[in-house]
Design a protein around this ligand. Structure first.
Ligand SMILES: [Mn+2]
Length: 245
């Protein structure tokens, strides 16, 4: 039964000693374009890994392809707010979801909807990856605490269901750091990689790196950014400095 699956809310990955680790921004059903970006970077599925900040589906034309991508052993996404709609498909505000790109899901058969939801409920809220330069954290939208250790504790051992809900929702939905241009770094982690807020090029606030460069919106000049988690350099290279100034 679905209810008995043990949910892992934060997943840890040991350093990749054989290949490279990349993070990519929101995908939104554009897997052909994502594959083209990987090809351009010489991504090697035998040794390299791709971490995703989530928002795998909605808006784009290839949402169903996510099933094939979730089966790839080198593809590791966290849960974005759009992915969370899939998890809550039987209880969420469907009109709001359809308005935000969820039409593809409404067209699926009930059994398929359940299959998607079961897979998406396994997506962690946060991922941490060991790199030669220190720990890299990944969440969809933001880290709700001044330290990564606090986030880990709040996800692994929440005090109340309400506190857990608040933590998860902030991880998946918050834009307050970017709206406030909050430069305060997050302790206990080298970098926190996020998407959720579309930008013309990657940017950083403190050690929080924003990489949703709208690969899902090519008609507006969007492209996929691959962030190398060891060097914190991007493919394609980021114009000027990786920051607001
Ligand atoms: Mn989002």
């Amino acid at each position: 039964m679905l209810e008995n699956i043990e949910v892992v809310r934060i997943k840890r990955f040991a350093a990749n000693t054989a290949g490279r680790d990349f993070a990519v921004g929101d995908i939104h059903g554009h897997f052909t374009r994502l594959q083209a970006a990987l090809d351009a970077a010489g991504f090697d599925p035998a040794v390299d890994r791709l971490f995703s900040v989530g928002d795998l589906v909605d808006r784009g034309p290839e949402c169903r392809d996510v099933l094939g991508w979730l089966a790839k052993p080198w593809f590791h996404p966290v849960r974005g707010n759009h992915d969370d709609y899939v998890c809550r498909f039987d209880t969420c505000d469907v009109d709001n979801w359809v308005y935000n790109g969820g039409t593809w899901f409404a067209g699926l058969a009930w059994d398929e909807q359940r299959e998607f939801a079961a897979l998406f409920r396994e997506l962690p809220i946060a991922i941490e990856v060991e790199t030669p330069g220190g720990l890299a954290g990944i969440v969809h939208a933001d880290c709700p605490f001044p330290s990564w250790d606090q986030l880990r504790a709040a996800l692994e051992a929440p005090e109340t269901a309400k506190q857990l809900r608040l933590t998860q929702n902030t991880c998946m939905w918050s834009r307050s750091r970017i709206e406030l241009r909050d430069n305060e770094p997050i302790d206990g982690v080298r970098a926190v990689v996020v998407g959720h807020t579309p930008l013309p090029s990657p940017a950083s606030l403190g050690n929080v790196i924003y990489i949703d460069t709208m690969g899902w919106r090519p008609q507006d000049g969007g492209y996929f950014t691959l962030l190398d988690l060891a060097s914190l350099e991007t493919i394609p290279p980021t114009p000027a400095k990786l920051s607001w100034d």
